[in-house]
Design a protein around this ligand. Sequence first.
Ligand code: KIV
Length: 264
Amino acid sequence: MRKKVTVSSLFVMKEKKEKIVALTAYDYPFAKMVDESGIHIILVGDSLGMMVQGESTTLPVTMDQAIYHTRIVSKAAQYAMVVGDMPFLSYQTGKRDAIANAGRFLKETGASAVKLEGGAAVSETIKAITKASIPVQAHIGLTPQSVHQMGGFKVQRDEERLINDALEVEKAGAFSVVLEGIPPQISAKITSALKIPTIGIGAGPDCDGQILVLHDLVGINDGHLPKFVKQYAQLRKTALAAMEEYVKEVQSGDFPSEEHCYKP
Ligand code: KIV
């Protein structure tokens, strides 16, 4: 059996220049597949709001919902490290709330780390949570919880601010940092300036690892896809075709046939 991925194994991977692969998941059957595939980190992202709950932003996701989904994902993860994503307003309201909510992920779900959004502005919060022995993954650049402040989901190009944010979250004790929506040249500079691994999404090839949203990768949702997404499958198409076939067969009387009926 493979040894479970830990914070230390991620540092070793950075040192050896082995790429770290991360993906989101929100439920047991998909988390089981993600884990079996050899992916190193499963993030139970607050993208839950947009991928599973039909919301237009991540803001409505609550702590209880995040805990519920992280717990079922953790049950499936034998190999991958599970990271719980701290929802909007679960850490911005003060260090005490931040430690208590981050602690819930470790106490109640089996996750071994949490992720939160923000750079220098949240460095004191990161310090407080890591002091409580809870590993923190930071997230800078395009931070979806700040969608209204950013005026939309926009690529971030302020190099000086981004590099400062990255250095500050590392100094505060983050074990890793997600770089989202950043031009590759800036991500490359950040990656070589940091000792902790950078995990990119829409941040080019030079990060220490990559993360994608599960539903984008396997093609579950219809509608707009960001430029950085590569769809490796078209599950929506396949599932929809199966459902349409089922409708036809029930209406025509072809299903259930004898092979799907119990013997007298
Ligand atoms: O919530 C999420 O899925 C994320 C990733 C996009 C990094 O934060």
